[in-house]
Design a binder for this molecule. Sequence first.
Ligand code: SF4
Length: 360
Amino acid sequence: MQRKEKILQILESTDNQIIDFMNKASKYRENNLITYSKNIFIPLTEICKNDCGYCNFKKTPDDPNAIILKTKEEVLASLKEAEKYGCSEALFTFGEDADEEESVQQKLAEFGYENIVDYVFDICKMTLEETSLLPHTNGGNFSYESLKKLKEVNASMGMMLESTSVRLMNTVAHNKSPGKNPEIRLKTISNAGKLKIPYTTGILIGIGETKEEIADSLLAIRDLYDKYGHIQEVIIQNFTTSPGIEMENWEEPTFLDMVRTVIAGKLLFRDTDVSIQVPPNLNHDTAQIFLLCGADDWGGVSPVSPDYVNPTSPWPTLDELNRLTQDAGFELIERMCVYEKYVNDKWLNETLLEKIANLS
Ligand code: SF4
């Protein structure tokens, strides 16, 4: 049977079939460790050129509460706070191509920069030089040249693929989001591979995609991994609704849809050491079951900042995460934003390697 048919069989399974697949997926574990990264989430700007129907992050420049562009001083103060909590990852997330917006351009000019990539580069450099944290940038699509520049000051980078569905570009999910064009996103992830950037990506389910499109999205990530070996983890994220978003009245994916997709992801990557990640804050009451489906990473969890992308879904405390993990029969351990297997001179430059050696 072809790989796609096998994935579809899992995604369409019901009743005891699901239990059988769950048992199968849970067997492909090297150990009983569940990882997480202790991070601080810093939204450098909330301005974004896209306008996704499920977005909970983007603000418009006329919103008095919008972060147009954080100053270096503000960022450094947050990083110093994160140091006190023992965070190891500085997650810089921001809207895509924010510097196409006049208000951001003005701020950049005020700070002495021409574009957001140069500014992010200096923010990451400052993080490496003045704090104990490792930068991980997630700002959507970047050109090859921009990725090449940012690689020098990032331990790892990431961007959700979301979906390979071109059809979704004509639906409420993505019809105002040119950056969600799957061709462009796959190119960004592929360029990250060519540049040997340890990379995090994943899919978002429940935004109107079909099961076949979920299978295609997972397979596209697997193909990129096979080609470049740079995918360190695959996030399986569920759409969650919240007041005020365009898709406010959409139905969320069912619990079993998440179960099936996590199993499918695990079985597709069973012969690799790619982690399967499920965000615990979006699955408060059900998170534990995904560990039994083969998930082995909780992703970034912050003791100091909210999840700005999902502000209505607070992260569990680390004590709570530990309790949930142990209760399911596993052991919680902290990891860096870059996975150990990439900590060598094939993937990271000398500065980053030295920094990581000092942290260890
Ligand atoms: S989900 Fe991301 S890309 Fe889409 S509008 Fe929001 S910030 Fe922009």
